[in-house]
Design a protein around this ligand. Structure first.
Ligand code: HEM
Length: 397
């Protein structure tokens, strides 16, 4: 097994694609073995990633890997870390809030909120697409669905949530966890104080599912609330950020999208292509082998972690023609950016709707735009699963 050149490894956060291309070519099932830690297999080819996303020999239960810390203490009992039947039960409890018919009703609210945020930077020569637009827009939508009160819909709440997966320098993990638990205490107590009239929001419904029918434990309730608050925005905000970044580096594709004859069909294919091209969920979420699996002449042992590199699968030249080229009209486009199989993204309709509203609106209202600093100096956030920018500074010409 060849080792990757160190210069490829060094740039994984900034630009993972050369490393991914190396893996697909030389080591499609690559074990990362470090003393004292569980082995992590990196799976990089499209066909393997897609097959393993539905393979029953993989488990999503982190409890099978001794000593593995999956997330903040007391907040790991949610559907991303569950196998059937718990997974089915927990997924059913949240799914109805995200079905396309209900999500479509949010369209005017998303459009109005996007305009309101863009009004605030109207007349400015500089803007930060993440902080001024992508983060507050997407967080407001998940807050609306969950029923988070307006006073908690702010940057401080978002920072606490994101610090749990991308701890910044100088942040004390114990303090972040304490803040997160305090936030959940306030949110859940607020729903309980609302009693029977708790409203039609999802968090109120989950609290009732926990209190009245006992179909959900308190730990599952808290874990699910944390999961949805986090993945409800720190995914779609990266679709907008990574997507705009990719477009700004490919002005010919902006010209196609903003041409007078471009219709909603092109916006829809563009959003799929942006999901594929720089996937916000770079590595799929936790999975481990429940039994030995042989792949490409290697043996993945029971209890080993298996990391399915979605961001690599989506650039696999063996599956996508001209995989490294951004083509906003690409069809077909069977990318894996929203997952595949039983854990397919619950929020897919919401993510797609937000993307199709936000990206053309950004281009129409702020354009013409350019990056305020060279692309290789942009601050990508270090995180295990997600790929996203801490800031995307742009200049309006
Ligand atoms: C562009 C935005 C988004 C992307 C790229 C994305 C991507 C994904 C992917 C790849 C998975 C499967 C992970 C795996 O199998 O390991 C997933 C699952 C999930 N997503 Fe999303 N997501 C996005 C937006 C959202 C939103 C807005 C929500 C809203 C709550 C959401 C909620 C979830 C949940 C709850 C799961 C777990 C499903 C399960 O385990 O059964 N996602 N997402």
């Amino acid at each position: 097994m060849p080792s990757p050149p160190p210069d490829l490894l060094a740039v994984r956060v900034q630009d993972p694609y050369p490393y991914f291309a190396w893996l697909r070519r030389h080591a499609p099932a690559h074990p990362d073995r470090r003393t004292g830690r569980p082995t992590v297999w990196q799976i990089s080819r499209y066909d393997d990633v897609r097959a393993l996303l539905t393979d029953g020999r993989l488990s999503k239960d982190p409890g099978r890997v001794p000593g593995y810390v999956a997330g903040p203490a007391g907040l790991n009992r949610h559907l991303v870390h569950a196998d059937p039947p718990d997974h089915t039960r927990l997924r059913t409890l949240v799914n109805s809030a995200f079905v396309p018919r209900r999500i479509a009703q949010l369209e005017p609210f998303i459009t109005d909120t996007a305009h309101e945020l863009l009004d605030r930077v109207e007349g400015h020569t500089h803007a930060d697409v993440m902080g001024d637009f992508a983060a507050p827009l997407t967080f407001r939508m998940i807050c609306a669905i969950l029923g988070v009160p307006a006073e908690l819909d702010n940057a401080a709440t978002r920072d606490t949530l994101m610090a749990t997966i991308s701890p910044g320098p100088g942040l004390d993990p114990a303090r972040v966890e304490a803040e997160l638990h305090a936030l959940l205490d306030v949110l859940i107590a607020g729903k309980r104080a609302g009693g029977e009239q708790g409203g039609t929001d999802l968090l109120g419904a989950l609290v009732r599912a926990s209190d009245d029918s006992g179909v959900m434990s308190e730990e599952e309730l808290r874990s699910t609330a944390y999961l949805l608050l986090l993945v409800g925005h720190d995914t779609t905000m990266n679709l907008i950020g990574n997507g705009l970044h990719a477009l700004l580096r490919n002005p010919d594709q902006i010209a196609r999208l903003t041409a007078p004859q471009a219709g909603p069909g092109l916006v829809a294919t563009a959003v799929e292509e942006l999901l594929r091209y720089d996937s916000p969920v770079r590595d799929a979420t936790f999975r481990c082998a429940a039994e030995p699996i042989s792949l490409h002449g290697q043996l993945i042992g029971a209890g080993d972690i298996v990391s399915l590199l979605i961001g690599s699968a989506n650039r696999d030249e063996g599956h996508f023609a001209d995989a490294d080229r951004l083509d906003v009209g690409r069809t077909p486009n069977d990318h894996l950016a929203l997952g595949y199989g039983p854990h397919f993204c619950v929020g897919a309709a919401l993510a797609r709707l937000e993307g199709t509203i936000a990206i053309p609106l950004l281009l129409a209202r702020l354009g013409p735009l350019r990056l305020a600093k060279p692309s290789d100096e942009l601050p990508w956030r270090p995180a295990r699963v997600m790929r996203g920018l801490a800031a995307l500074p742009v200049v309006r010409d």
